[in-house]
Design a protein around this ligand. Structure first.
Ligand code: SF4
Ligand code: SF4
Length: 422
């Protein structure tokens, strides 16, 4: 880190001793998993820097934004419209939920057999380890899966900051109407807490900013289809994870710079693995930072991950919001219709996910799909079976969590799957 942030962490109210421990574990994991990779693009240096300052410089930026009376809005799901947060000059941050942290504390509030993502977001807060949660003015939840819905009730008692958006379970006309009303309600809430009214101009600028970020991520995604791919799956995953908490304009610029370099690599036929290396598309539950386990296993088993059909991945940037609106009301309609297209397994039916997975598989010229569900994540675990029966490409299902206990066993299964692709 560029300086000693201890006074800031103290002021925010972190548990300093535990926090030091967390940073040291993270830094070791990052060195082992990321910095040990060979042939990384130069452009990844920016993202390495962001990670090294994840609890430093970025926290200081948020702290400064707060002093300027900007609102910090924390989210856990790609259903929360980022455009509206930016339109009130707010700061959008995805909250930490990707490590086995504070589970003992979390299990005092939720059953052991709750998915790791839920236990992690509770655990980070209960252990006083997440500066982002502490800095938020509002934490936005959603009625997606039952686990999250019920956990948010408890999280509200703990943080007193929750705001929950109702996400329908189906996509019929009446569900779309409900969702449209929810988006309007969220706009009103943001205007109330920020004291700023969303104007046509602010909404247009915000929509363009978020679309530019999505376009940069789409550009990165397409480059992964080349053989050999110019970037590892681990690095591309990291960029996607960082998209949830970096400044969006700076982030977009850095991703585009990275893509310029990757295009040059493609022209030179330079890749991170030898040509012909089996290419895996990962599908399923989200990979909240710092969950790098499956990618590390795949890329240490003779294959390369070329895409994520996941909320930390393609599901986050696949659709743009239509920018051709001439009033705030029309803009809200466009935003609502963009977000309802997201094909989360919490919906029923969710057949478009199978079509989207097939298209992505073809677009990325993948050789096989590994479906990844977090243990106890019923929507994705069940949908994984349905997908298996509807696709004709090599496909493997795994269920895991954030612990390293099953690392060896998973590696053996993944290696066997990769063998079949050669
Ligand atoms: S998987 Fe579903 S609930 Fe989870 S972040 Fe994605 S859309 Fe939200
Ligand atoms: S991973 Fe599954 S169970 Fe966990 S929060 Fe997301 S949708 Fe819910």
């Amino acid at each position: 880190m560029t300086k000693d942030y201890t006074p800031l962490w103290k002021e925010i109210g972190l548990d300093l001793a535990k926090h030091d421990g967390l940073l040291s574990v993270l830094s070791d994991a990052y060195k082992n998993i990321y910095l040990s990779q060979k042939n990384r693009p130069e452009g990844m240096k920016y993202f390495d820097f962001v990670i090294s300052e994840v609890h430093g410089l970025r926290i200081e930026e948020l702290y400064e934004a707060k002093k300027e009376k900007r609102k910090i809005i924390g989210t856990f799901c790609v259903y929360v419209p980022e455009e509206l947060i930016l339109a009130v000059d707010g700061v959008f941050v995805g909250l930490c939920a990707g490590a086995e942290v504070g589970f003992e504390e979390a299990e005092k509030y939720v059953p052991r057999n709750t998915c790791a993502l839920i236990k992690a977001f509770m655990g980070f807060k209960l252990s006083g380890l997440c500066p982002y949660v502490e800095l938020t003015d509002l934490i936005v939840g959603e009625t997606t899966c039952d686990g999250k819905k019920k956990a948010y009730e408890i999280f509200d008692e703990i943080t007193k900051k929750m705001y929950v958006m109702e996400i329908p379970n189906m996509k019929n006309e009446m569900d779309r109407e409900l969702w449209h009303k929810e988006v309007i309600k969220f706009k009103d809430k943001l205007e109330e807490i920020s004291g700023k009214e969303i104007t046509l101009d602010s909404l247009k600028r915000a929509t363009e900013t978020v679309n530019q970020k999505r376009l940069a991520l789409q550009r990165l995604s397409k480059l992964r289809a080349y053989d050999p791919p110019p970037i590892s799956g681990l690095d591309a995953l990291l960029v996607n994870q960082i998209s949830f908490y970096d400044d969006p304009v700076r982030f977009t610029m850095k991703v585009n710079e990275l893509c310029d370099e990757l295009e040059q690599r493609v022209r030179e036929g330079k890749g991170v693995v030898p040509k012909g290396t089996p290419k895996i598309l990962i599908s399923g539950s989200p990979f909240a930072i710092p969950n790098w386990k499956l990618h590390a296993i795949i890329e240490n088993s003779g294959a390369v991950a070329v895409g994520e059909e996941s909320c930390v991945g393609n599901r986050n940037f696949r659709e743009l919001t239509d920018e051709s609106f001439n009033s705030v009301e029309e803009g809200i309609e466009k935003i609502a219709s963009r977000y309802i297209k997201i094909d989360c397994a919490c919906f029923t039916p969710n057949n478009e996910r199978i079509d989207n997975l097939k298209s992505l598989f073809n677009e990325l010229k993948a050789d096989g799909v590994i479906h990844y569900s977090l243990q106890f994540c019923t929507p994705y675990m069940i949908e994984a079976f349905k997908i298996e029966k509807k696709v004709d490409f090599p496909y493997m299902r795994i269920e895991t969590d954030y612990s390293m206990e099953d690392f060896g066993q998973l590696k053996t299964r993944v290696e066997a799957f990769i063998e079949t692709l050669k």
